[in-house]
Design a protein around this ligand. Structure first.
Ligand code: CU
Length: 67
């Protein structure tokens, strides 16, 4: 199990956080997502087959690229 915090400048409100949560939780291997709109950050817990690259790719696809 890995845990990472990603900075996502495109987050402006709780709705953004909710969208990101829903999308990331659909990625196989992602087990938990927690977000903070004020910090513009999400914390993601994941295991195989999910990878950090895959998570970053999904964020790009939904127009919330991580820094
Ligand atoms: Cu928003």
């Amino acid at each position: 199990m890995e845990k990472t915090t990603l900075s996502i400048p495109g987050i402006t409100c709780d709705h953004c956080v909710r969208t990101i949560k829903n999308e990331l939780l659909e990625v196989e291997g992602v087990t938990a997502v927690d977000g903070d709109a004020q910090r513009k950050a999400v914390e993601v817990e994941f295991e195989t087959p999910a990878t950090l690259d895959r998570i970053r790719q999904v964020l790009k696809e939904i127009d919330y690229p991580a820094e």
